[in-house]
Design a protein around this ligand. Structure first.
Ligand code: G6P
Length: 746
């Protein structure tokens, strides 16, 4: 049934119901009115004849009295009349007076015995097929009641009149229904045409009318959502650097992206021979972001911390990188040793780093460090604002070094789209509560348009923290926080590695790598090699890892002499006491185990404590039988994914701590609790014994996952979300500007 027909049917049915209810009410009311009318007429008739009645009352039996009664029946409604004395005897009546009413009370009429009639009374009764109204009215002579007159009145006209009224009512409502339906449909049609025309005009960018703005906003939101969903739909097929570039072109039309990260992707170091060498720092953040930056161009703002950084940059601290490719700009910010101490070593790495990692190192919060952290965040924020080329740029703020920067940048660039990615875990609210400046940190972060974490779990922790410490509204459905009338989305974006890795392409095939590394280590052809690759950091569980190797050699003595574990350990944050201690402990544990199991020409643990460039790391990945990642707590851990990226021979086993973000994705790894030395050593034994087929199956599955969920997808998803936020903001900005309001970021 068409919508119009349905509307008409509903309208007619409604009006029919209304007519029925109205006629029901009308019926009761008209009956009462007509009966009252009959009564009045009867009273009038008796009152009019009163004097004559008094005169003739006692003449016995008076023909004049009967004549008088007959005179009274001249009224068109009075059918018969009778005169009765006070004892109920008839003094005379008209010819056709119905005997049942003659000088009788209503109870007597109804067939019941009773006392003498006591007027006035009236009743309605059926007579010869029609209804009559009978009433007895007293005849008064002064104060004395002489008797009474009984009048019988025709009542059949009431039914006829009621039928007429009902018919009129039905006709009136019917006409009303049809009229209302027609008028409503014409009005709706005209309004619909008007709305469509207005909406079309607005969507084509015509002048806006305030009453249409909410609707327009909804329509545009819908269009955007469909566009975004289409983006998501189109995401089958691999994400590549080229596709990331296309996404950027499509959404940002070639605008540059500005990244703020403390660690620079290329460090210019003064070499021993007096020249300058380029160092790729050991940093998961750099591993992930550098390929993204090469695809996106733009500017990377970072701390120029290496010994030859100044001399290789221009006066503004800018240098084009990567060397030989020069596809983006690295803008270096210089810090005094004191600022670096307070901001980087102090607040960032002795405060926030242990605070966010559940790795049993006490966070240290010093007032001076906090001051430096604030000042340095401002310095970097200013540098970012110098690098942007529009009023609403896209800025990617990275990690715990810059929790205050989003709000600082927002103050200078209120319309910027700021995506902040927190590369390390976000612990629960109770733990964050330790930090004396937790509110300031949260306020700083909420300057972002989007805050990303590796996992939904860390997003939840963040929302809980804000809920606990801030006056903000948490929109759990949208995963957003509304603070100071501005919304910040909180979303998980699991980070990943480049696929295929450019280092893989530059590294010899696995068999060759294995031969080279075995040769370098002096291992026999039947040796078994395990590898660990980390910065020397207490969150990485390196001591626990070595203890697991020790336990393995205890439980499988035949491995002694065959199994070697090489730990590539990049010195990190060495000025900090806790890192120095860690270095000593690791050395001591390794020395003890080596002493216990060493044989001539065999050393179970080899610690290579120095910086290793990616090609070397990749050679180890390819040479190894297994890689053990034993982090005590880790946001994601990209060593695990790099190992998988390196193993295009589909061999090698990954033993992975359950306390890494990666463990949620790489489920075909052997997942262990690194604190459980027995369990970890058993997993190492399983890895060593694993057949080539099983290794192949597990590795294939993990490689397929990392190939699909690579770093281009990570960046692409964030940038598509950023584009959506920016589009919405621009749109709202326009609408708000028309209203004369201040625009707010969605
Ligand atoms: C972690 C942090 C990064 C940092 C890296 C290396 O992965 O999340 O922000 O760059 O460690 O640490 P470093 O202090 O040497 O930059």
């Amino acid at each position: 049934m068409s919508r119009a027909l349905r509307f008409v049917v509903a309208l007619v049915a409604g009006l029919a119901l209304l007519t029925w209810a109205a006629s029901f009410l009308v019926r009761g009311a008209t009956t009462r009115w007509f009966d009252r009318d009959l009564n009045l007429r009867a009273q009038l008739a008796v009152r009019g004849a009163r004097q004559a009645l008094i005169t003739h009352w006692h003449k016995d039996p008076s023909t004049d009295l009967v004549d008088l009664l007959t005179e009274m029946t001249r009224d068109e409604r009075i059918m018969a009349a009778a005169a009765c004395d006070l004892d109920g005897r008839s003094l005379g009546s008209t010819d056709d007076f119905p005997p049942q009413f003659l000088c009788r009370s209503p109870s007597q009429v109804a067939g019941r015995s009773g006392a003498a009639p006591a007027p006035p009374w009236r009743l309605v009764a059926a007579l010869r097929g029609g209804q009559v109204h009978a009433s007895a009215l007293p005849v008064l002579d002064g104060e004395t009641t002489l008797g009474y007159i009984v009048l019988v009145q025709d009542r059949s006209f009431i039914g006829r009149r009621e039928a007429q009224v009902r018919w009129f009512l039905a006709a009136a409502f019917g006409i009303l229904a049809v009229g209302a339906a027609v008028i409503t449909m014409i009005a709706a049609r005209l309004a619909w045409r008007g709305w469509s025309a207005e909406l079309r005009r607005l969507l084509r960018g015509g002048p806006q009318r305030p009453e249409f703005q909410p609707l327009l906003r909804d329509v545009r939101d819908l269009i955007e959502r469909i566009a975004t969903e289409k983006d998501a739909d189109n995401q089958d097929g691999a994400w590549t650097a080229q596709r990331l570039r296309q996404t950027l072109d499509r959404h940002f039309h070639g605008e540059k992206v500005v990244i703020l990260a403390n660690r620079e992707p290329y460090m210019h170091e003064r070499a021993a021979d007096g020249g300058v060498k380029i160092v790729h720092p050991a940093s998961g953040l750099v591993t992930a972001l550098e390929p993204v930056m090469r695809a996106c161009s733009g500017v990377w703002v970072a701390h120029g911390s290496a010994s030859a950084d100044r001399e290789t940059a221009d006066a503004a601290g800018r240098v084009r990188v990567p060397p030989g490719e020069e596809s983006y700009v690295l803008r270096r910010v210089w810090l005094t040793a004191e600022a670096e101490q307070g901001y980087y070593y102090g607040f960032s790495n002795e405060g926030l780093w242990p605070l966010c990692h559940v790795a049993h190192t006490r966070p240290l919060f010093r007032g001076d460090d906090w001051k430096h952290y604030q000042a340095v965040n401002q310095r970097f924020s200013d540098a970012v604002c110098e690098e942007v080329d529009s009023e609403d740029p896209v800025i990617l703020v990275q990690d715990y070094h810059f929790a205050l920067a989003p709000a600082m940048i927002r103050r200078r660039l209120p319309r910027a789209t700021i995506i902040t990615f927190w590369h390390i875990p976000w612990p629960n609210a109770e733990r964050i509560g330790i930090c004396p400046w937790r509110t300031e940190l949260l306020e700083g972060l909420l300057g972002s348009s989007i805050i990303g974490f590796h996992t939904q779990f860390h997003c939840n922790n963040f929302l809980e923290t804000v809920d606990r410490f801030m006056e903000a509204r948490i929109d759990r459905e949208q995963n957003a926080i509304v603070h100071l009338q501005r919304a910040t989305l909180v979303k998980p974006y699991p980070i990943s590695v480049e696929w295929p890795s450019r280092w893989s392409k530059q590294t010899p095939p696995p068999a060759e790598c294995r031969a080279q590394i075995f040769d370098e280590l002096g291992l026999g052809p039947d040796a078994i090699l395990g590898v660990g690759v980390d910065r020397l950091d207490y969150t990485k569980g390196i001591e626990e890892r070595l203890l697991a190797v020790e336990r393995l050699l205890e439980r499988v003595p035949s491995l002694c002499g065959r199994f070697t574990f090489v730990q590539l350990a990049a010195p990190s944050r060495t000025i900090i006491e806790r890192y120095r201690q860690l270095n000593e402990t690791v050395e001591a544990v390794a020395a003890r185990i080596n002493q216990r199991f060493a044989r001539p020409g065999y050393q179970p643990i080899v610690i290579k404590r120095s910086h290793h460039e990616p090609p070397t790391v990749f050679r180890y990945y390819r040479a190894a039988d297994l890689c053990y990642v034993s982090s005590l707590h880790d946001g994601m851990n990209l060593v695990a994914k790099e190992f998988i990226a390196a193993r295009d021979d589909e061999r090698g086993v990954l033993v992975l701590s359950s306390f890494t973000g990666a463990a949620r994705e790489l489920t075909e790894a052997l997942i262990v609790n690194p604190y459980d030395i027995d369990e970890a050593s058993a997993a190492l034994a399983t890895a060593i014994e694993m057949s080539a087929e099983e290794q192949g199956e597990r590795m294939r599955s993990m490689r397929a996952f990392v190939a699909e969920f690579n770093v281009d997808r990570w960046a692409g998803r964030m940038l598509v979300d950023a584009a959506r936020v920016r589009r919405r903001f621009r749109l709202r900005g326009r609408l708000d500007a028309q209203r004369g309001d201040i625009a707010t970021v969605p």
